[in-house]
Design a binder for this molecule. Sequence first.
Ligand SMILES: [Mg+2]
Length: 192
Amino acid sequence: MRSLNICIDIDGTITDSYYWLDFCNEHFSTNITEADVTAHSMHEVLGVDEDEFLKFYERNKLKFHSNQKVREDAGPIIRGLSCYHNIYFVTARDEGLTMFTHGFLRKNEIPYDRLFVLGTPNKVQKAEAVKCDVFIEDSYDNAIQLSEAGYAVLLLDACYNRKPINGNITRVNTWNEINDIISGLAEENKAM
Ligand SMILES: [Mg+2]
């Protein structure tokens, strides 16, 4: 078995895809359901102005992210994977959330080798820097960008990412599925 470099997105990937819905529905007096979330940008889904949404986010980002829960199956699986593989969290969150995000991962007992809080959705450079073997994402645009740069992507299925994928992307539904695929990749690479 070979030790793999696993990159993992945070929001909507280790946490629930729709974690922000209740919080936003309350603030914007909307009644959006999970099935309505067919775009990745929250302001588009909510039908509000982008600037207005960004101001709301800026004021509430700590509360916004504190409310997030780690998916039930993600914690134990990442703990298991971390015994054999390198775990790199790569998030587009703004850099001001770095310490908060370290705290969030520790509080939820999620082990990791490095955390990269990029402040930009462009993750290809970081994937290159850590010699990424597999990238776990929920964003369709990120998945396309990474896969076109040659990286294998596991895309966690959600209403907002159900669009055509290419051969480097595998659509998955659960962290158990991710675990099986990664175990397979590590075995395939055992001679390397
Ligand atoms: Mg995400």
